[in-house]
Design a protein around this ligand. Structure first.
Ligand SMILES: Cc1cc2nc3c(=O)[nH]c(=O)nc-3n(C[C@H](O)[C@H](O)[C@H](O)COP(=O)(O)O)c2cc1C
Length: 181
């Protein structure tokens, strides 16, 4: 799949089919994640693959905005080590986006749920046995999508400034793929 098709076609999926995800596909998503850039190539990321239904149910109970973790057959917890990189959030963010795109390219749906600095971080660390020194940037729901929501983005030209802040002009914007091939 063309990279633009993946970038424009990916949507956050919050409804999933009751169908397991092949291990090979999960591993491919995480392999893509590890090819993200990281500051000083520190690669301090770790990923916990959660498929156990009871664990997912408890994660869904903890995270107010992630109730669908009980339905997605897989949840990935994304961990970083702030002692290894002061840019740990950026490192993990890049890895997560790779993961989402790799999932989409394989016909899978995902949804990123913010965890770091929320009241959900400590309970999730406890539940998954995560060492004190590590942080949880987010959890990612993964599975076969049971919905195809449309996306909404603000006009790019409103975000663009030419040479100096505040200097804006018309541009020809690329069309979004409403129904990706
Ligand atoms: C840092 C971050 C945290 C997010 N947290 C949640 C969340 O807790 N629950 C949720 O349903 N979606 C969450 N999302 C998904 C966003 O709501 C979603 O990306 C946004 O509405 C744009 O929709 P799209 O991904 O379909 O393009 C999060 C996204 C990011 C980047």
């Amino acid at each position: 799949m063309d990279v633009f098709e993946a970038i424009l076609g990916r949507r956050s999926i919050r409804k999933y089919l009751d169908k397991p995800v092949e291990e090979e596909k999960i591993i491919k998503c995480l392999y893509a994640a590890t090819w993200a850039p990281s500051a000083h190539n520190s690669q301090h990321w770790n990923f916990i693959i959660v498929t156990d239904q009871e664990t997912r149910r408890r994660m869904a109970e903890i995270h107010r905005w992630g109730r669908f973790m009980a339905e997605s057959p897989v949840v990935i917890a994304v961990l970083g080590d702030p002692s290894k990189s002061s840019f740990w959030r950026e490192d993990l963010g890049a890895a997560v986006q790779n993961m989402l795109l790799a999932a989409y390219a394989q016909g899978l749906g995902t949804c990123w749920m913010g965890v770091a600095d929320t009241p959900y971080e400590e309970p999730i660390k406890k539940l998954l046995g995560i060492p004190e020194n590590l942080r949880v940037l987010c959890t990612v729901a993964l599975g076969y999508p049971a919905e195809s929501p449309s996306g909404r983005r603000e006009k790019l030209r409103r975000k663009l400034h030419w040479e100096k802040y505040g200097v804006q002009r018309e541009i020809k914007e690329p069309a979004i793929l409403e129904k990706p091939p």
